[in-house]
Design a protein around this ligand. Structure first.
Ligand SMILES: [Zn+2]
Length: 271
């Protein structure tokens, strides 16, 4: 039997715009970070987790109208406003070709977490197996030139997503350092910049990994789902999956959404 997944409930709830309108009265008071991968799909891929260009435009437009869009580290400074930050994992080319244009239009900053090994489709083996890419799929990941332009842009910032997209819970101590510190150093030397931000591949966080990340970066995001607390742990920042309808996402950013989420968790635990 298929288990009920929390995202199914959100999709159902978010499908009624009246409900999304109702939730305005429960407007969120907690900051949040959005997680995206590719925007608008990948030609020649069976890769599911992405939003269309139109959906992305609607999400960014809706949320930046209701909340204050900020650069990620600003979320660590307390504020009266409810704020959000945008992040992308892996460095898909569609982020450069489709998402940046929309983010610029709304003046929304973003962080793009890059694996040096993915740049210019170098490691196609891993990309093919992870995202169901056909042999013919090309131009999937950002090129060196595009990463360089991202580094130089005022609105966007490049972060470290490890050297080879390793599962940090599954590597020995030596490799852990190569992945975290080596990935950072390679990006810094290849693009003549300083890398301060980190994203854990697969959301895998061991105590050792968090420890090394914290010695070499100033902020790190994970894949744990949720809104930020009043004083978030700067090396375990949770995120919300942006891969959904704008109304459903908006619902999840409200206090009402937090209540529903906690009830949902309790119900699922009883199944
Ligand atoms: Zn990733």
């Amino acid at each position: 039997m298929n288990r009920l997944h929390p995202s199914d409930a959100w999709r159902w709830l978010g499908s009624t715009t009246e409900l999304a309108g109702l939730t305005r009265r429960f407007a969120g008071r907690r900051d949040f970070v959005l997680l995206f991968h590719s925007i608008g799909g990948i030609r020649g891929a069976n890769y599911k987790p992405n939003v269309t260009v139109e959906q992305f435009d609607e999400i960014v437009g809706t949320l930046s109208e209701r909340y204050q869009a900020v650069d990620l580290p600003e979320l660590l400074v307390p504020s009266q406003d409810t704020r959000f930050a945008v992040t992308f994992d892996d460095g898909f080319r569609s982020v450069y070709t489709s998402a940046f244009r929309i983010l610029r239009a709304y003046e929304v900053p973003a962080t793009v977490y890059i694996c040096p090994e993915f740049i210019g489709d170098q490691n196609c083996e891993l990309l093919r197996s992870r995202h169901g890419l056909r042999e013919s799929a090309t131009d999937v990941m950002m090129t060196e030139e595009q990463v360089q332009q991202t580094v130089e842009s005022e609105l966007f910032t490049v972060g470290n997503h490890t050297a080879t997209h390793a599962d940090l819970a599954d590597v020995d101590a030596e490799r852990l350092i190569q992945e975290i510190v080596g990935g950072k150093q390679q990006l810094e030397s290849d693009f003549d910049t300083e890398i301060e931000r980190f994203s854990y591949p697969y959301g895998s966080m061991t105590e050792e990994a968090v420890d090394i990340v914290s010695q070499h970066h100033s902020i790190a995001v994970c894949s744990r789902r949720g809104l930020l607390t009043a004083s978030p742990n700067r090396f375990r920042i949770p995120r919300l999956d942006g891969n959904r309808q704008a109304s459903s996402l908006y619902l999840e950013t409200t206090d009402y959404g937090e209540i529903v989420r906690s009830i949902g968790r309790r119900l699922l635990n009883r199944l």
